[in-house]
Design a protein around this ligand. Structure first.
Ligand code: NAD
Length: 348
């Protein structure tokens, strides 16, 4: 007898985003639809799109939607540099206590400058220098004579991200965690993170995963000389932002790097990259990062088989079929790449 139980549907907020956002989101939705991913999308706006349509970079309706669904797939959101409105990404992380940002950097295309990379970057997502406690002090006729910024890291905040990083890394079978810090100079601000890492590790995780640490500047050098010496990195907000772009560069660039923002009130999945205004509207953006983020979202809701199918189809489109966008040295446009992935979804 046929099973008449309706398949489980999963409400989720959808923010296409700015710049290349709508193009890569359309490609990703096409693939998710072909995968029969059971998301009931609630489309919302934020960023520059929010400012243009509703006069607000983070409209209340968008916040209400995520509060209801607790789950979102988000395209990149534009933030003006040096002035203007505060980042909607940062506000979303604060609003939903998305304290953990996980950014895998894994080689999908063999034979590049660095081969067989498989790194996991865990970034503290709501504290540090990102809190935006900044001001200028005017002197004489210069209103910007002095700029000041205060970073805040708390023991509790460090424990949240470190617990998430250790437990997730262990569940994924990883062997080593490296804390990245600058505790030689910012002895309090990043020292508290380093100190807490060793405390938590000793209390709970020492028998299951190794721990070491490295100063952030040395870490950058080591990552480009011999990235294979690392397994998982965990670090404070600003260092995590910078290091995850560096790690994206090791695996072919920003078009290949997904991210998950995880917290107690919601989970938001996105590409690491921004709105790429230089190529927006041309239909040539690489949708792989957002597709991989959608794969992480499928894993997160317990649909790992679909996540695996999606990752396999992306890998085969890139390698067996050689369909690649311009940033990867290919000629395919965004839509052509999406069609190639759809055609590969049936592979076993
Ligand atoms: P960016 O990541 O948008 O672009 C950097 C470079 O990488 C550009 O040359 C761009 O063309 C290229 N690139 C990025 N994604 C690509 C893709 N999918 N396919 C092909 N090439 C790609 O960084 P930016 O230019 O510094 O920032 C632009 C805007 O994005 C800014 O307003 C910034 O605040 C915002 N931003 C948003 C997020 C987010 O929403 N999570 C993250 C980073 C930056």
């Amino acid at each position: 007898m046929a099973d008449s139980t309706p398949a489980r549907r999963i409400p989720a907020t959808l923010i296409a985003g700015d710049g290349i956002g709508p193009e890569i989101m359309e490609a990703t939705l096409r693939v998710l639809e072909a995968l029969e991913a059971p998301f009931d999308w609630d489309p919302q706006i934020a960023g520059l799109g929010g400012v243009k349509a509703a006069g607000d970079p983070l409209p209340q309706a968008t916040l209400d939607s995520i509060r209801r669904t607790r789950l979102a797939l988000k395209g990149p959101l534009e933030t003006p540099s040096g002035g203007g409105y505060r980042s909607s990404n940062v506000r979303l992380r604060e609003a939903f206590h998305l304290y953990a940002n996980m950014r895998p950097a894994k080689t999908l295309i063999p034979g590049g400058r660095f081969d067989n990379i498989d790194l996991l970057v865990f970034r503290e997502n709501v504290e540090g220098l990102y809190m935006g406690y900044e001001h200028y002090i005017p002197i004489d006729d210069d209103p910007h004579a002095v700029a000041m910024s205060t970073g805040v890291n708390t023991r509790q905040g460090a424990r949240h991200i470190l617990d998430y990083a250790f437990s997730t890394a262990i569940a994924l079978g990883r062997k080593k965690m490296t804390v990245v810090h600058k505790a030689n100079i910012m002895k309090a601000l990043t020292g508290i993170f380093l100190e807490t890492a060793y405390q938590i590790h000793q209390e709970k995780y020492a028998d299951r995963i190794a721990l070491d640490d490295v100063i952030v500047d040395a870490c950058c050098m080591k990552l480009v000389i011999n990235p294979w010496q690392f397994d998982c990195l965990v670090t404070t907000n600003l260092f995590g932002d910078i290091l995850s772009d560096l790690c994206a560069g090791l695996v072919g660039g920003l078009g290949m790097a997904p991210g998950a923002n995880i917290g107690q009130d919601a989970a938001i999945f996105e590409a690491v990259h921004g709105s790429a205004p230089d190529i927006a509207g041309k239909g040539i953006a690489n949708p792989v990062a957002l597709m991989l983020a959608a794969g992480m979202m499928l894993d997160h809701v317990g649909l790992k088989d679909k996540g695996e199918r999606l990752r396999r189809a992306i890998e085969r489109s890139l390698n067996a079929d050689g369909v690649r966008t311009g940033d990867l040295g290919g000629k395919a446009d965004t839509k052509t790449f999406a069609a190639a992935v759809v055609a590969r979804l049936g592979d076993s």
